[in-house]
Design a protein around this ligand. Structure first.
Ligand code: 13P
Length: 252
């Protein structure tokens, strides 16, 4: 059975104190089942602190929202994958649409980040998704295929197992407009088929594919009931303790 994930992307929100309270309350009050895994993605400076909170608890882990595309060196302000590992991070989000659009991250840059992250034995939460203009032109499948092809489909099967894919249609992020369960299922199924073609059926069946974009406790259950949706990467709703716990408890 595929692992189910509920991931909290806190983006550029919270103070250290608020982040600690949020994570502690979620850990205290939520009851993930044995097949569920919860990941917190706090801002960089809080990773160590959240890592201490989840330490020893197998249902939770922590990761970074980004990493540098260079291994180390004179890159003022950047945070390398090995640094994330050294403060207890286990994951890195790569390819979030906010990084692609606000920071001009290309598929080629993302490929480098993916490799550096995997080299540190960290897992990758790889984001893909189309804009509204691309969906209106019905080229969303092509767009997502190109994103996967250019940044992760070069990996060998053993490395690819350390990837979780998050399909996040850009038009659904922070807009309150969720993809319908059918739209999301269609894309998730398409992605799984691409993995089967590129690798094999077994690997395609093992890879978890999450949906992201205005997920709330209200729409989570219809999304999670789709056969190819293995959880969610949650933005705004992950900053609200009870709301995020409800999403976990919707019961994947
Ligand atoms: P929202 O849940 O706020 O739409 O954000 C989704 C997201 O970008 C998660 O990475």
């Amino acid at each position: 059975m595929r692992k189910k994930y509920i991931a909290a992307n806190w983006k550029m929100h919270t103070t250290l104190g608020e982040a600690n309270v949020l994570a502690s309350n979620i850990i205290k009050k939520s009851k993930p089942n044995t097949n569920q895994h919860i990941i917190f993605f706090p801002p960089f400076p809080y990773i160590q602190s959240i890592a201490d909170l989840v330490s020893g608890n197998e249902s939770y882990s922590v990761g970074a929202q980004d990493c540098a595309s260079e291994p180390k060196g004179a890159f003022t302000g950047e945070v390398a994958a090995f640094m994330i590992r050294s403060v207890g991070g286990k994951w890195v989000i790569i390819g979030h649409s906010e990084r692609r659009s606000h920071f001009n991250e290309s598929n080629e840059t993302l490929k480098k980040k993916v490799e550096l992250t995997l080299d540190e034995n960290l897992s990758v939460m790889f984001c893909c998704g189309e804009t509204i203009e691309q969906r209106e032109k019905s080229i969303q499948n092509q767009i997502v295929e190109t994103q996967l092809e250019a940044s992760i489909f070069h990996l060998n099967p053993a490395a690819f197992k350390n990837i979780v894919i998050a399909y996040e249609p850009v038009w659904a992020i922070g807009t309150g407009k969720t993809a319908s369960p059918e739209q999301a299922q269609e894309m998730h199924h398409y992605i799984r088929q691409l993995i089967a073609i590129k690798y094999n059926d077994r690997l395609a069946d093992e890879i978890s594919i999450l949906y992201g974009g205005s997920v709330t406790s209200t729409n989570a259950s219809s999304l999670f009931s789709q056969p190819d949706i293995d959880g969610a990467l949650v933005g705004s709703a992950s900053l609200m303790t009870d709301e995020f716990i409800s999403i976990i408890h919707v019961g994947l």
